[in-house]
Design a protein around this ligand. Structure first.
Ligand code: CTP
Ligand code: MG
Length: 380
């Protein structure tokens, strides 16, 4: 159904406001340049793509984009670039999409929707989003002239779609405009507005590039890693020592152990280290290191967090289950969660517990164990 559609991708700008030392369209966004992203999203719906390049960059654009698109040198103004590109589109193309390379992440679906409206009989179709800020018209002296009703205002995007004849007439009639629809309006053609997309934002400044990166990364380079950890200790015999468990002190007798014997904290540390593939508690805070001899569970959690943070990881959540028939965890669950979370700089923590039906050393009340899992992510 979608045929006879040509697309112009305006990519001949300098990108002054972005301030890179190369044309904006050649700036990389995660895995590809901006112009490659734009070509990739229009290629499935356009049978011909003409890309405008800045003077002196035609060969470089060709090298990057290959032979499947036509590269031409653009003009001084964006409208000049579009006009030159339009003159290169053979007559058999009935519809023309005009798109900015700067709106690199506009989806194929958006382009297909624009074309569908043209096939439906519209002559000019533009995507747009509602305006969030109140907009003022301001005079050259800096005084408000007028406040247009916000509900009738829209922020316009690309790809914009036109029948070829309308776009040609519009460009023949006027000189310059920042969007093609304005030229079409000027010759009295009705322009249909459809719903735009957040991801079709125009990348103009460095912060736009960061926004676009964040939109893209969940699908590409974000690492999501899970880890597991287990710890177990026997109850000690020194009745004067109180149990440290899940970052809290309890009435039961302490567990034997290298540090404070907090099996829940240690299992979480191991889970975090395992998720990051950083080995385990022993290899990071070894028994041989006197510094950790009396370390509290909270201290080990904080040091573990520092290690994984330094490698660019963020904790999504950790879960720990304590295995044993005493102490009863439920009455102090919220307290335990708060203590563990505090040691991990506010990470999401959950704490559960189980007895083992009288079986094994935990069921017999000889000791405690804990099992933990951790989910961490990074944007590397
Ligand atoms: N464009 C073009 N020809 C021009 C000027 C701009 O093809 N003579 C293209 C740009 O490459 C961009 C789109 O039109 O994809 C929208 O322009 P804008 O976002 O303003 O990009 P630049 O002009 O490159 O950026 P700046 O204004 O910051 O220099
Ligand atoms: Mg510009």
């Amino acid at each position: 159904m979608i045929n006879k559609t040509a697309a112009i991708i305006a990519a001949a700008g300098a990108g002054n406001r972005l301030g890179a030392d190369l044309p904006k369209a050649l700036v990389k966004l995660v895995d590809k340049t901006l112009v490659e992203h734009a070509v990739a999203s229009l290629a499935p719906v356009a049978q011909l793509i003409v890309v405008t390049a800045p003077a002196g960059f035609v060969d470089e654009y060709r090298k990057i984009l290959g032979d499947s698109v036509e590269i031409i040198e653009g003009g001084v103004l964006r409208s000049d670039s579009i006009r030159i590109a339009l003159s290169k589109i053979p007559n058999q193309y009935e519809y023309v999409l005009v798109h900015d390379a700067a709106r690199s992440l506009a989806s194929t679906t958006l382009a297909a929707t624009v074309i569908a409206q043209l096939i439906n009989g519209e002559q000019a179709v533009i995507p747009a989003l509602d305006v969030i800020d109140t907009i003022k018209e301001v005079d050259s002296k800096g005084y408000v002239r007028n406040t247009p009703e916000r509900s009738s205002l829209k922020a316009v995007q690309t790809p914009q779609g036109f029948t070829r004849s309308v776009l040609e007439r519009a460009h023949a009639a006027s000189d310059d405009a920042t969007d093609d629809a304005a030229l079409v309006e000027a010759i009295g053609i009705q322009v249909k507005v459809i719903a735009g997309e957040e991801r079709a934002l125009k990348i103009t400044t460095k912060s736009d590039l960061a926004t676009a990166t964040a939109l893209l990364i969940p699908n590409t380079q974000r690492q999501i890693r899970v880890g597991i950890g287990v710890d177990a200790h026997a109850f000690g015999s020194d009745q004067s020592k109180k149990l440290s468990l899940a970052g809290l002190t309890w009435d039961e007798v302490a567990l034997d152990g290298h540090s404070d014997g907090d099996v829940a904290a240690h299992a979480i540390c191991d889970a975090l280290l395992s998720a990051a593939n950083f080995g385990d508690l022993g290899s990071n805070f070894g028994v041989a290191d006197a510094k950790y001899a009396g370390a509290s569970g909270s201290q080990l959690l904080s040091e573990t967090l520092a290690k994984i943070k330094a490698a660019g990881f963020t904790i999504e959540n950790v879960a720990v289950q304590i295995v044993g028939n005493k102490p009863k965890i439920a009455p102090r669950r919220a307290e335990a969660i708060a203590a563990l979370s505090k040691a991990l700089s506010g990470a999401k923590v959950s704490v559960s517990a189980t007895s083992t039906d009288g079986l094994g050393f935990t069921g017999e009340g000889k000791g405690l164990s804990a099992i933990a899992s951790a989910l961490i992510t990074s944007r590397n």
